[in-house]
Design a protein around this ligand. Structure first.
Ligand code: GDP
Ligand code: IMO
Ligand code: MG
Length: 429
């Protein structure tokens, strides 16, 4: 029995969905613990591609249980749409294999409206959010005016809570953002209409997971977003409103931190970012465009083109330390084939000082000088490689350089989107 947390080390979209789907073969449970439907995790199985947002990436494996823990913010309407679309495609989803924490907070229609209104009003100061209402939902949770899924059980109290939550928001909608205000009864009726669909899934997830651990089941914790989008440790304010770092596994599930056994850090072989905010190794040239096209770097959730650039070892090194990462899963190595000489930022320099992790101040981050190491690169198609020795010399040299600069060995190297397009060095289950 063991458990593994899958953590994105960069700005998200590292390939967490693929790796969770792959490793879930040996897991009994797959657990989402933070974030919401801002996540977009793409799984490719044969000729089928699935984009998951709130549903955990273990759902495609019969016999496995998927869990949405209390640290996740759940958009009830969007979740039902996601579940129905998956069921229509033949995926089995029922309360037997999907458990949702009764304590999870809901993303309400006014959260989405507020997210979008704020972004529209912010002009050049916008964050580039996914517009899914994630920030406003976490704000209400912290402000203690949020609605939890368990509130669906008591419709009368539900309406009162919506009224309370809308007091301030309607004031903002009407006076600041100049958008029509919302009626509590209409909003409540819209969400309460989903009661019968949602209530059967509600579970005391903390007790359920504790019992699963005691029974010796294998658990995979599926992170969303990445360390640089962490509200405490990322490129604030250009971050999401939750903590994609490892500590969230404990906070978001209610399991004690010492129960977590392994942490696998997901590293895309280059870097991408969606939305605004600093990106030191960004390539605004032909090479960046080539990476975007070859890596199909377009957002799973919003379809936006992702900004692309070289791998930044400073960012990944910080993630390894912050998250207690034991091993790396290096993904999308195949995308770098044919690009010529490859570069990795090894460290930054600021006012003559060597920086091994990113500075907290964005003003400082804007002034850093990047110091790169080069690797000769490779031209071969590596999608059929299943062992390190199948890789050409240039690809192995690149992996060695990543390990040297980041100070952490790989457990897995992904060479294509499909399950079997993977070199597995360390199996957890
Ligand atoms: P996540 O948010 O971390 O789950 O990542 P996304 O699913 O948003 O983005 C990763 C994309 O890359 C998806 O379309 C995957 O199917 C794809 N992908 C994952 N691993 C590989 C790989 O090794 N090579 C290639 N070419 N694509 C991959
Ligand atoms: P996965 O799980 C990449 C980004 C948004 C925006 C910022 C804040 O697929 O890796 P939010 O809607 O969360 O308030 O937006 O965070 N962002 C992501 N970028 N992958 C994600 O998830 C993301 N989730 C949020 O683009 O810059
Ligand atoms: Mg994604």
């Amino acid at each position: 029995m063991t458990n593994v947390a899958i953590i994105g080390t960069q700005w998200g979209d590292e390939g967490k969905g693929k790796v969770v789907d792959l490793l879930s073969e040996g897991a009994d449970l797959v657990v989402r613990f933070q974030g919401g439907n801002n996540a977009g995790h793409t799984l490719v199985v044969g000729d089928q591609s699935y984009a998951l947002h709130t549903v955990p990436s273990g759902i495609l494996r019969p016999g496995k249980v998927s869990v949405i823990a209390s640290g996740v913010v759940v958009d009830p309407e969007d979740l039902i749409v996601e579940i129905r679309a998956l069921v229509k495609r033949g995926v089995t989803i029922s309360p037997a294999n999907l458990k949702i924490s009764e304590k999870a907070h809901m993303i309400m229609p006014y959260h989405r409206l507020l997210d979008v209104a704020r972004e529209n009003a912010a002009g050049s100061q916008r964050l580039g959010t996914t517009g899914r209402g994630i920030g406003p939902a976490y704000e209400d949770k912290a402000a203690r005016v949020g609605l939890r899924l368990l509130d669906l059980r008591s419709p009368d109290v539900f309406i009162q809570k919506v009224e309370r939550a809308l007091q301030e928001k309607n004031c903002l909608f009407e006076n600041l953002y100049k958008v029509p205000s919302l009626k509590a009864e209409t909003v409540a009726a819209r969400v309460l209409a989903l009661r019968d669909d949602l209530l059967p899934y509600l579970t005391d997830v903390t007790s359920y997971l504790r019992a699963a651990g005691e029974q010796g089941l294998n658990i995979l914790f599926e992170g969303a977003q990445g360390v640089q989008l962490d509200v405490d440790h990322g490129t604030y304010p250009y971050v999401t409103s939750s903590n994609p770092t490892t500590g969230s596994v404990a906070v978001g599930t209610g399991l004690a931190p010492k129960r977590l056994e392994n942490v696998l850090g997901l590293v895309k072989a280059y870097t991408s970012r969606v939305g605004e905010g600093p990106f030191p190794t960004e390539l605004k040239d032909e090479v960046g465009d080539q990476i975007r096209e070859r890596g199909r770097e377009y957002g799973t959730t919003t379809g936006r083109p992702r900004r692309c650039g070289w791998l930044d070892a400073v960012v990944v090194r910080a993630a390894v330390k912050l998250c207690g990462i034991d091993h790396l899963a290096i993904t999308k190595l195949d995308v770098l084939s044919g690009l010529g000489e490859l570069k990795i930022a090894s460290h930054y320099e600021l006012d003559g000082e060597k920086l091994l992790w990113p500075p907290a101040s964005l003003l400082d981050l804007a002034r850093v000088k990047l110091v790169y190491r080069s690797s000769p690169g490779f031209d071969e198609d590596i999608k059929t490689a299943r062992k390190l020795t199948d890789l050409p010399k240039g690809a192995r040299a690149y992996l060695d350089l990543v390990e040297e600069l980041v100070g952490c060995p790989p457990a897995l190297v992904s060479v294509g989107p499909e399950r079997d397009e993977t070199i597995i060095l360390n199996r957890y289950f």
